[in-house]
Write a protein that binds this ligand. Structure first.
Ligand code: HEM
Length: 491
């Protein structure tokens, strides 16, 4: 552990800084701290985490923009400890020392994700439980009513736009759009909201110079939407939030819609891209899928281990002086949870090449009271979207060498910039079949299991399951996913 830490009173000296100098805190000298948004971290975040782990152990001091220090939690067990101990690690960002001392500039790029808002993300205790219940129950209600109908419709519509060309960039023309189109639908918004919200939410999460403006755009759109839904409710998450017995105000409703949009879109886009990449480039995965030893949900789960869509979670704030992973944490310190580093922690994965087949105990959705309440919606969009896409383009092949694929990294997420493929244009009737979505949809309120599902375990109950002891393939061979789906679509 190298973070020099002392609770001892520091003696001012003529050569040294005054004790209250933010450049010399218990994190160590701010100039010496690894920079969370620095070129090294953005170029290869996984390698950067490992360097930090080697130097500092499971909890490392880092520097944010504006020379503000924070702790980056890299250890699997330490992430669970922080997430599960709300008495020591609060969600209330108002206790962050730089906020209290007025040291956070108004254009701080992480501000949209950290400035306190009256939403469950930033609350503890009873108030949090009230709001979290409304969110969880409203999301679950839609899940049971069959999200896949929208996924299949929008997949068909997106493919129809590029089908004739026999080539497409699946990152830009498919994965970037599908989640927000489905989300606007389940939130009860008009279709045309989708494209602008895609742009604004990506920008906001990336922490760019225009993040604050993008956030304002999203907020204005949601305020208008809630006013409209108050007057004309429907079968959608917005209406269910409005009518929930927790009695949310309009402000609470639009604030939670914002949380849902931001939490759901970027993460699901990334999951789609990463899973598509594995399916298109990993010959063993392709062979296992085609031979029926694996189904897409297995691939999705593997990706959630190796490339969690949300690499770093903002944030937790120490409510008391405490200790974590050998570091002394002071009340008011900020902690960022590196889920990607936690997933590859040698303390729980001494052999990173050991198979993870069937093991859902990754941190991609975090754990504890804040565990992602939309995880099965995210899984369903990814599984169903890729199933439906590959049913339409069964011979899609990456048309550049895998080594030429590039990623864009921010401090929270990392995503593929493009996935160019070639394919045989699908038969027009597959793209025009307007009835398919209705046939495929589960009956209202019947849940995802109402029909045989080509994506199998994707809608299984949330939460980790014990690891399987070996990578042995499941004993019964399944039909290739595109055969199953194609038969199903043509019924
Ligand atoms: C598949 C992609 C997804 C991933 C990897 C993911 C990941 C996460 C993680 C790690 C958290 C916990 C953050 C924390 O500990 O502070 C979270 C929270 C949350 N997620 Fe997801 N998520 C995904 C999809 C979704 C979807 C599709 C929705 C909604 C439709 C959603 C809604 C939420 C909400 C509302 C929270 C806040 C929960 C709370 O604070 O109590 N997520 N998500």
């Amino acid at each position: 552990m190298t973070a020099s830490f002392s609770h001892q009173p520091r003696t001012p000296s003529s050569s040294g800084p005054p004790p209250e100098c933010p450049a010399h805190s218990h994190f160590g000298r701010v100039d010496d701290l690894a920079w969370l948004l620095g070129p090294e971290a953005l170029k290869d975040p996984l390698a950067w985490y490992e360097n930090l782990r080697a130097k500092h152990g499971p909890v490392a001091p880092v520097r944010l923009d504006g020379d503000l220090p924070a702790w980056l939690v890299l250890g699997y067990r330490e992430i669970l400890e922080v997430s599960g101990t709300t008495t020591r690690f609060s969600r209330d960002s108002r206790i962050w020392r730089p906020f209290r001392e007025g040291r956070v500039p108004p254009d701080f790029p992480l501000l949209p994700m950290m400035a306190w808002q009256p939403v469950c993300l930033f609350l503890d205790g009873e108030e949090r439980s009230r709001l979290r219940l409304a969110v969880t129950e409203s999301l679950d209600r839609y899940h049971r009513r069959g999200i896949r109908r929208h996924v299949m419709r929008f997949t068909r519509e997106l493919v129809a736009k590029f089908a004739e060309r026999g080539e497409a960039d699946l990152a830009d023309e498919f994965a970037e759009h599908l989640p927000m189109l489905v989300l606007t639908k389940i939130l009860g918004m008009p279709d045309e909201y989708g494209p602008r919200l895609v742009k604004a939410s990506r920008d906001m999460v990336a922490g760019t110079e225009t993040s604050v403006a993008s956030n304002e755009y999203i907020v204005e759109t949601l305020k208008r939407h809630v006013r409209r839904k108050r007057g004309s409710p429907g079968h959608d998450i917005t209406s269910w939030l409005i009518e929930h017995r927790s009695g949310l105000t309009d402000e609470e409703v639009w604030n939670h819609l914002r949380v849902i949009l931001i939490a759901a879109n970027e993460t699901t886009v990334n999951l789609l891209k990463s899973t598509l990449r594995v399916v298109l480039t990993d010959p063993r995965c392709h062979a296992s899928l085609a031979g029926g030893q694996m189904v897409l949900p297995d691939v999705v789960e593997q990706v959630l281990w190796t490339e969690p869509p949300l690499m770093t979670v903002p944030g937790r704030w120490a409510a008391v002086d405490t200790e974590l992973g050998g570091q002394k944490i002071e009340a008011g310190d900020m902690l960022l949870l590196s889920l990607a580093a936690g997933n590859q922690d040698p303390a729980i994965r001494p052999d990173p090449s050991a198979p993870l087949f069937g093991n859902r105990s990754h941190l991609a959705f975090n754990s504890g009271p804040q565990e992602c309440p939309g995880q099965n919606i995210g899984r369903a969009i990814a599984d169903t979207g890729i199933d439906a896409l590959l049913a339409l383009l069964p011979d899609a092949t990456l048309n550049i060498p895998e080594s030429e694929l590039t990623w864009k990294s921010g401090w929270m997420t990392r995503h593929l910039t493009r996935l160019p493929v070639t394919f045989t244009p699908p038969e027009a009737e597959l793209l025009e079949d307007d009835e398919a979505e209705d046939r495929a949809a589960a009956p209202e309120g019947a849940g995802a299991g109402a029909r045989p599902s080509p994506w199998g375990a994707g809608d299984a109950a949330a939460g980790p399951v014990p690891p399987r002891p070996s990578a042995a393939p499941v004993p019964h061979a399944r039909k290739p996913w595109w055969d199953t789906l194609r038969t199903w679509l043509r019924r």
